[in-house]
Write a protein that binds this ligand. Structure first.
Ligand code: MN
Length: 235
């Protein structure tokens, strides 16, 4: 049976809709997974995970700084209490259950915060503007990323030098205990982490879904997530 992959959605927008860029869904479908969208309903994190074989923690707005002892920045955007609560609860429960997980952009930041790491509230204030991690005001832009050759991530991607689409305002400051940094941008920004004590958990700061249709390396992240759920005995 085709594995069921839960994908977290954006919070309720100003017109009262829950949305998700379709590229996440189509990347999971190309990988042979059955996508199921998970809207922010924080009290049911555990029940959602009963229903799915693997999870994509999707991109989105900033995490409220109270979750990592950070400071409010005037350029924080898209903060949503319900989404923070759901995804932090999912992060704890995913790791407890050892469920295969691909964390993308905000998803990487959620995992890091949930495990005790911190974030840079406004990335250009720390690394400058030599590398654009998003195109003003809020659009994707490619930049180079170097992957640690000995990492699980490199094994999945099949390459160690990438130029994927970047679209983030924040980034990891302090890495949570147990996480390995396995990719960086030329300005030093942490672009991927993995957890060696989890069977299959990869977290990337870039957006593989945006180029997965034409870039086999990016699609392989979704393919490997779906394959990992089969190894764990998909429902
Ligand atoms: Mn970046």
């Amino acid at each position: 049976m085709a594995p069921i992959i839960g994908i977290t959605t954006y919070p309720r927008d100003d017109r009262g809709r829950f949305t998700l860029p379709a590229e996440y869904v189509t990347a999971v479908q190309r990988a042979g997974g059955v996508p199921v969208l998970i809207p922010p309903a924080p009290e049911h994190a555990s029940r959602y995970l009963d229903l799915v074989d693997g999870v994509v923690l999707a991109g989105g707005g900033d995490i409220a700084p109270q979750h990592y002892r950070g400071n409010v920045h005037e350029l924080n955007y898209g903060v949503d209490a319900d989404r923070d609560a759901l995804e932090i609860a999912l992060a704890h429960e995913l790791m407890r259950r050892r469920q295969p997980t691909l964390a993308i952009c905000r998803g990487l930041q959620v995992l890091n915060v949930a495990q005790g790491g911190t974030l840079i509230e406004h990335l250009p204030a720390v690394v400058g503007d030599r590398i654009a991690h998003r195109k003003p005001p809020r659009d994707p832009v490619p930049h180079p990323i170097a992957i640690e050759p000995a990492s699980r991530l490199a094994a999945v991607l099949g390459v160690t030098d990438l130029q994927p689409m970047s679209w983030h305002h924040q980034a990891i400051r302090d890495v949570a205990p147990g996480f390995n940094v396995v990719a960086r941008a030329p300005d030093g920004t942490i672009e991927a982490v993995e957890l060696p004590n989890q069977p299959w958990l990869l977290a990337v700061q870039w957006h593989p879904e945006l180029t997965a249709q034409q870039d086999p390396a990016q699609q392989r992240l979704f393919d490997a997530l779906v394959a990992a759920t089969k190894h764990q005995g998909a429902k």
